[in-house]
Design a protein around this ligand. Structure first.
Ligand code: UD1
Ligand code: UDP
Length: 367
């Protein structure tokens, strides 16, 4: 009998990592029925990705509000998913990573006694406040999951340390890496890249909840100081749609002539911008996984990371959220060729680009 697999996601990064999986699952028509449900925790940034991959969800809870809180997202997703799950009764619900969508959708499945599969299971900082609330979300999802698709051996070890059954853990690589081989192109062009031509291109993103307000202000001040001191540098910042990010950026970064703040890029564009960049400053999770594959140094503007593999590979450096350490690390990477060379070796600690295929085969093969 065919297995009904419901794939649930709601934000941009989940979509980027789950759409390749939806396409891989759909290859197994004889074994699997695939139902896609999006929560719409993100709206525009989610729809961008769905359009890129050509994935059309059967269900859309459309929960996003301009002023959403963790409570509103959780309660809207929990009750919305209950209705969808009672109607569809899938054999397994797949959720991804650490967002509030993943936690609440997984919890709804658990309440309906439907097995949960966790894609990107086992990442840990072991600090519930960093990143917040993501560390809680990912730990909680691993409490009620029955299928653990761990991207790396480190993630598997984290799960084993918590007493999870080794027989339920599969090390698959990260599905986020699957897309890179399709998106990055030699002949890619974009007007913003033309603007940066002949300069070292710095790519910037920032959005973490615990960094909203003062930490983000400190990051932006450090970045501005470095840009002011380096005439051969141009920076592009595709800014998150969160108005709380946009207001601090407007206050701290407007009028900086070496910086363009632009709307979120479609994932194909963003990957090609990464491939053309000299280095990246970010507090993002997914970018920490993609950058090593492209050999691009990343200054991670956070105090912790659940992606130690990229630090071990030498591509990622944690610089915190205070102005001075960010200023110093950013300046050093621009001014010291030896430091730059050490950080810009390509490595693939997060997978070989075939994670989705592996997960699809595992779901077909076992119960
Ligand atoms: C969410 C996830 C975070 C993930 C991030 C990826 C949680 C708690 N947080 O955080 O783990 O790293 O997505 O980007 O699950 N907005 C729009 N349009 C969009 C998307 C967002 O207008 O397409 C605005 C809305 O005003 C929304 C706000 O951004 O209320 C915040 O969105 P939310 O999903 O709550 O938080 P993120 O910081 O995006
Ligand atoms: N990304 C994108 N457009 C952008 C910025 C980022 O497509 O303008 C992609 C990026 O390549 C990565 C993902 O979005 O795959 C990261 O998402 P985000 O930083 O929002 O969330 P996180 O990974 O921190 O949860």
């Amino acid at each position: 009998m065919k297995k009904k697999v419901m794939v649930v996601f709601g934000t941009r990064p989940e979509a980027i990592k789950m759409c390749p999986l939806v396409l891989a699952l759909a290859e197994h028509k004889d074994e699997l029925d695939v139902v896609v449900c999006v929560t719409g925790q993100h709206r525009q940034m989610l729809d961008q990705v769905l359009g890129t991959f050509g994935v059309v969800p059967q269900y859309d809870l459309n929960v996003m509000r301009a002023d959403q809180t963790l409570t509103t997202i959780t309660s809207d997703v929990l009750s919305g998913m209950r209705d969808v799950l009672q109607k569809e009764r899938p054999d397994v619900v797949l959720v991804h990573g650490d967002t509030t969508t993943s936690f609440a959708a997984g919890l709804a499945a658990f309440y309906e006694r439907i097995p949960v599969g966790h894609v990107e299971a086992g990442l840990r900082t072991n600090n519930l406040l960093s990143p917040w609330p993501e560390e809680f979300n990912r730990q909680a999802v691993d409490v009620f999951s029955q299928w653990y698709f761990a991207p790396t051996e480190t993630a598997r070890e984290n799960l084993l340390r918590e007493g999870k059954d080794d027989a339920r853990i599969w090390v698959t690589g990260n599905t986020g890496i699957d897309a890179l081989s399709y998106t990055v192109r030699e002949d890619y062009d974009h007007p913003e890249l033309a603007w940066a031509e002949g300069h070292r291109l710095i790519l910037i993103t920032a959005h973490r909840r615990e960094n909203l307000g003062d930490p983000m202000r400190h990051m932006f001040r450090a970045i501005r100081r470095v840009l002011d001191e380096h005439g051969d540098v141009r920076a592009i910042y595709p800014i998150h749609m969160n108005p709380r990010v946009r207001s601090v950026a407007a206050e701290e970064l407007s009028g900086e002539e070496r910086l363009h703040i632009i709307d979120p890029l479609e994932v194909v564009d963003f990957h090609n911008f990464m491939a053309r960049s000299h280095m990246i400053l970010t507090d993002s999770g997914g970018i920490q996984e993609e950058a090593p594959s492209l050999g691009k140094p990343v200054l991670v503007m956070r105090d912790t990371t659940e992606r130690p593999e990229g630090v071990a590979a030498g591509t990622l450096r944690l610089v915190g959220t205070d102005e001075t350490p960010i200023y110093e690390a950013f300046s050093e990477l621009l001014d010291d060729d030896a430091v730059y060379r050490e950080m810009s070796h390509a490595a693939n600690p997060y997978g070989d680009g075939h994670a989705s295929e592996r997960i699809a085969k595992i779901l077909c093969g076992s119960n």
